[in-house]
Structures are given as C-alpha cells and as structure tokens.
Design a protein around this ligand. Structure first.
Ligand code: BJW
Length: 249
C-alpha cells in the first residue's frame, strides 16, 4: 500500500478523475456483476446484455432490466457516493466522475460533473431507429416488449451499453480532454473504485492516465484484473476507503 497523498483535495493543482464500478453501489444493496452472488451468476451475459441476446428474446431482456430498475429505484446512495459529491464541491471543474454504473445512484447522491459511460437503467431508446433516448422508469414484465411510437417497427430497449456496442465517443473524448488538461495544468490523479478492471475501454483508462504522468490509485474489495497498472492499491470497502482518502485536512 502506498502512502495516502497529502491533502489531495486541498492541493490547488489536483485534477481528479474518478472511475467507478459496481463495487461502489454494493453497500447500497445493488449486486455487482462478477463473483459470488454477482448478477451474471444467474444470467448468461450474452443473453441479457448484448444486441444479439435482445434480438433473440427481447421479453427476457426487459424482464432482467425491469427487475433491476425496480431494485435500483428502492436503493439509496452510500458513503462512497457522498464522498464523491464532496470532492466535486471542493474541486469544481478540476473534478470529473466517469461511472460504469447504470443505477443512477451517483446522480441521486448529487454528483453532476459525471459521465455515465455505460448508459442508464432509467433511459430507453429504440432498437431500430434513432429516436432520441428518453427518461423512463417503467417496468415491462410478463412478456411485454414496448414498441417505438416513431418508427412503429422497432422494439424499445434499455439505454445501456451492451457488449459489442460502442461507448458514446463524446464521452470518451470528454474524459480524455480532462486528463490531458489536468496533466498539463497540474497534478493529474486517476482513482478507480469498485471495479474489476475486466471491461474495456474503461479498464484501459489507467494506461492512458499513466502515459500522461498521472498518479494512479485503485480502491477495491479484491485485486482487479488490471491492478498491476496502478501505483497504489487500497483493499477494502469503498464506503470506508473513499471518505478516508478524500477527507480534507
Ligand atoms: C467492491 C465492493 C465494495 C465489491 N467496495 N469494491 C480490449 C480487450 C479485450 C476485449 C475488449 C477490448 N476492448 C473491447 C473489448 C470487448 C468488450 C470487453 O471489454 N470484453 C471483456 C469482458 C474482455 N467491451 C465492449 O464490448 C465494449 N464496447 C466496445 O469496446 O465497443 C467497441 C466498438 C467500437 C465501434 C463500434 C462497435 C463497437 C462495451 C462494454 C459494455 C459493458 N456493459 C456492461 C453492461 C451494462 C448494462 C448493464 O448494467 O446491464 O457494463 S457489462 C458490465 O461490466 C457492466 C459494468 O459497467 C461493467 C464493469 O463491471 P464492474 O463495474 O467492474 O463490476 P464487477 O462486478 O466486474 O466488479 C466489481 C468489483 O467491485 C469487484 O472487483 C469487487 O471486488 C468490488 N467490490 N464490493 C469496493 N463494497
């Protein structure tokens, strides 16, 4: 374990990019994907989280995401989410949160300088046309597959990023611009929290950050697949580690 950085939030040079994953929401009661009791334990990933899975059985996919919408709606942000809101308030434009989570808990906690890299459970779009994505809290169970009002042909689908689908290039650009500017202007710190480092391109951000000269931290309950790329690894629960790392002196 490396030393805790001196006054991370008090250093006027700090530019902090935080990447979060499912582990950050675990203490709010939302299951992670991989590992014991993970969401993928009960589902074959390609059946519920890929375009081909949706084409094969859209009703199954909607049951899966409706169950998750319902569960996420009833969950509250935890101390890790709250610590990130305080960091945003302290750093302003020198802070950016890139989350892989689709559960909306960062927004519920109050994070605003935030990018949802893998979309949101609470948005819906059309599988067949470019209907603009819209906010949606509804659940579709019992074999119901909602249809697009605009093209009348396509099935509606959850506004999340499935395997094999591209992330929004503007999001990746925004993250990259933040890192380049942070590295140029001061002290770029990259902090990944609660993520197994198994899914790309998010898992590759640490390499980009290193190339730009960033100080890199991983806070996770278990060693991550890309763990060797970080300067520092703190093992434990994000609800404890994050408030401690981001506390002000
Ligand atoms: C705690 C804790 C506590 C628990 N405190 N910690 C390069 C190499 C190899 C493959 C690829 C590559 N580049 C792309 C690929 C392919 C693929 C990929 O990455 N495959 C890998 C599996 C090998 N990537 C893609 O397909 C991506 N698209 C893409 O690259 O497109 C290219 C393209 C370009 C142009 C045109 C077309 C295509 C898309 C990836 C989308 C991922 N989507 C999902 C589903 C979202 C919707 C949904 O929620 O259903 O996103 S998959 C799933 O994994 C979800 C998550 O956001 C993501 C990451 O998971 P995460 O958050 O890390 O969770 P876990 O469960 O894995 O880990 C949790 C961790 O927390 C654990 O380590 C615990 O220890 C820890 N923990 N409690 C702290 N209290």
């Amino acid at each position: 374990m490396g030393p805790v950085p001196a006054a991370l939030l008090d250093d006027p040079r700090t530019h902090l990019l935080v990447l979060t994953g499912a582990g950050v929401s675990a203490e709010s009661g939302i299951p992670t994907f991989r590992g014991i009791d993970g969401l993928w334990e009960n589902h074959r990933v390609e059946e519920v989280a890929s375009p081909s899975g949706f084409e094969a059985d859209p009703a199954l996919v909607w049951r899966f995401y409706s169950m998750r919408r319902r569960a996420a709606k009833g969950c509250l942000p935890n101390r890790a989410h709250q610590a990130l809101v305080l960091a945003e308030q302290a750093l302003g434009p020198r802070f950016l949160l890139a989350t892989q989570n689709v559960d909306g808990l960062h927004r519920k906690a109050g994070s605003r300088r935030m990018i949802e890299l893998h979309g949101s459970l609470f948005r819906t779009r059309c599988f067949g046309c470019d209907l603009p994505e819209f906010e949606d809290q509804r659940a579709f169970e019992d074999g119901v597959v909602p249809r697009c009002e605009r093209c009348k042909r396509g099935a509606l689908r959850p506004g999340v990023v499935w395997f094999g689908e591209a992330l929004d290039p503007r999001h990746l650009e925004e993250v990259d611009d933040f890192m380049v500017q942070g590295a140029r202007e001061g002290r770029l710190v990259f902090l990944a929290v609660g993520t197994s480092g198994a899914v790309y391109p998010a898992a590759g951000l640490v390499h980009r950050a290193r190339r730009l000269g960033a100080e890199t931290w991983l806070l996770n309950a278990d060693p991550a697949d890309n763990g060797g790329a970080f300067h520092h690894f703190l093992q434990g629960q994000s609800g404890e580690l994050l408030p401690a790392l981001l506390s002000r002196r």
